[in-house]
Design a protein around this ligand. Structure first.
Ligand code: ADP
Length: 241
C-alpha cells in the first residue's frame, strides 16, 4: 500500500501544477466513427473516452419496447488497457452501476417521448482512465447523441469538485480522487439550469459544499462553451463541404 502523498504543495499548487480552481486541458471531437449514427471523443487530462450512439431504431426484442417513449440502453465499459494494471474486460459491479447512473442522466437530456417503440443504444469505451471517467463518458455520450441528430433539451457539461488536504478543488486528478477527503461529480444542462447527476463521496461541510458547487458551475460554463464550439466547428466544416 502506497502512502498518501501531499496533495496541495507549500506553494498552494496541486500535484499536477494546477491552482485549486483550474481545469485540466480538454479536447473534444464529434463524428469520429463512420458506422455509428453519432459518435464523439472526449479527453480530460489523460482521461480519454470514445462514445457511439445508434438509433432511434426499432427495438429488439420487441416486447421490451415502450408505447410512449424510446428505451435507452447504455453501456459504460473500461478497456483492458485503460488502467495501469490490465483490467478484466468482463463488466464489473462498478461499470454496471456507472452505466445506470449515466443512463439516468441521459434520460433527462434526450426527448425520449418523441420516439415511442424505439431504442437508443449508447456505448462508451474508456480508452484511458485518469479520474473523472463517468463525467467524461457522460459528456462524450451527450455529444454523440447530438451528433446522431437526436433532439435534446440541452448539452450536458460536467466536472467533479472535491476536497484535498482541506482545500476545495476543481476537476480532481487521480491522486486527489484516491486520497482526497471528498469527491463530488456534478453534471448539468447549463442553459436550462437542470442538474443531471450529482454524487458525493466523502465529507464536506455545508460551506465547503456551497463553495464546491460554485466552483463546479464556473468549470461547467467553460466546458459548455467548448462543447458548443466543438459542434459549431463541425457544422461549419460540413457546410463548406
Ligand atoms: P470516476 O472515473 O468517474 O472518477 P471512480 O471515482 O470510481 O470513477 O474512479 C476513479 C478513478 O480510479 C478512475 O477514473 C480510474 O482512473 C481509477 N480506476 C477505476 N477503476 C479502476 C480499475 N479497475 N483499475 C484501475 N484504476 C481504476
Amino acid at each position: 500500500q502506497i502512502q498518501k502523498p501531499k496533495l496541495i504543495l507549500d506553494n498552494g499548487l496541486r500535484l499536477d501544477g494546477r491552482r485549486p480552481d483550474e481545469l485540466r486541458p480538454m479536447k473534444m471531437e464529434v463524428g469520429v466513427l463512420k458506422n455509428a449514427d453519432g459518435s464523439a471523443i472526449v479527453e480530460v487530462g489523460n482521461t480519454k473516452i470514445l462514445a457511439a450512439v445508434y438509433g432511434p431504431r426499432e427495438m429488439h426484442p420487441r416486447h421490451l419496447a415502450l408505447p410512449n417513449r424510446a428505451v435507452l440502453r447504455v453501456r459504460y465499459h473500461m478497456t483492458p488497457f485503460s488502467t495501469d494494471e490490465r483490467k478484466n474486460p468482463a463488466p464489473s459491479r462498478r461499470e454496471i452501476e456507472l452505466s445506470k447512473v449515466i443512463r439516468e442522466a441521459l434520460e433527462s437530456q434526450i426527448l425520449v417521448e418523441q420516439f415511442p417503440r424505439t431504442s437508443i443504444d449508447v456505448f462508451m469505451e474508456v480508452l484511458q482512465a485518469d479520474a473523472g471517467t463517468r463525467l467524461a463518458s457522460l459528456m462524450a455520450a451527450s455529444l454523440a447523441v447530438v451528433d446522431a441528430g437526436i433532439p435534446v433539451r440541452d448539452l450536458i457539461a460536467a466536472v467533479a469538485v472535491g476536497k484535498a488536504d482541506g482545500v476545495v478543488v476543481l476537476d480532481l486528478n487521480e491522486p486527489e480522487d484516491m486520497w482526497g477527503e471528498a469527491d463530488m461529480p456534478v453534471a448539468m444542462m447549463p442553459s436550462i439550469g437542470q442538474i443531471n447527476l450529482l454524487q458525493l463521496n466523502g465529507n464536506m461541510t455545508p460551506e465547503e459544499f456551497r463553495q464546491g458547487m460554485e466552483l463546479a458551475m464556473k468549470g461547467i460554463n467553460i466546458i459548455y462553451n467548448l462543447e458548443k464550439e466543438t459542434l459549431k466547428n463541425k457544422y461549419a466544416e460540413l457546410k463548406e463541404e
